[in-house]
Design a binder for this molecule. Structure first.
Ligand code: AMP
Length: 152
């Protein structure tokens, strides 16, 4: 066995949960969509207004994504982040992205987390429990309204 061959990369699974959301096979509280990206509420929010932004192009994580897809993703992250900050009158935002199980990733379609933050309020635990769907729907509506008001 040689030591210079790269470790085999796990393949992209087209049946991962975010791919299924993209195909409309399972519901999501959608807040923004364009030709290259989709944003929706995280069902286990680490703070009120926790939103995910994903590229439509299949990629397991940051490392295998196409640069053009990453550029579109980050443009949407900025747009949605501005709207989230306005919608929740946040003092700041925490924006993060995990790669592979060792990096904390649990869903293997590239995604960026946006969590509105308030001074002195800690982040909740990752995957700390399902939110009330009615509340998530309300939060999604607030973000959509902020985008429509030109906050993005
Ligand atoms: P991670 O891969 O660790 O960055 O986290 C995946 C995130 O996706 C977690 O914050 C989950 O709460 C969230 N999540 C998992 N399933 C869904 C779903 N069906 N809709 C929205 N968010 C989800």
């Amino acid at each position: 066995m040689t030591t210079d061959s790269p470790a085999p990369r796990a393949p992209y699974d087209p049946d991962n949960i975010f791919a299924r959301i993209l195909r409309g096979e399972i519901p999501a509280h959608r807040v923004y969509e364009d030709e290259a990206t989709l944003a929706f509420m995280d069902v286990m929010p680490q703070g009120e207004g926790h939103t995910l932004v994903i590229p439509k192009a299949p990629a397991r994580g940051l490392l295998d994504a196409d640069p053009a897809s990453l550029a579109a993703l980050m443009a949407s992250v900025q747009r949605v982040a501005r709207a989230v900050k306005a919608a929740f009158a946040a003092d700041g935002l925490t924006i993060f992205q995990y790669n592979e199980p060792a990096g904390g990733q649990t869903v293997f379609h590239l995604h960026v987390h946006i969590v509105p933050r308030r001074d002195g309020v800690p982040l909740k635990r990752h995957e700390g429990g399902m939110a009330d769907p009615a509340l998530l729907a309300q939060h999604a509506a607030r973000i959509r309204a902020a985008l429509e008001a030109g906050e993005g």
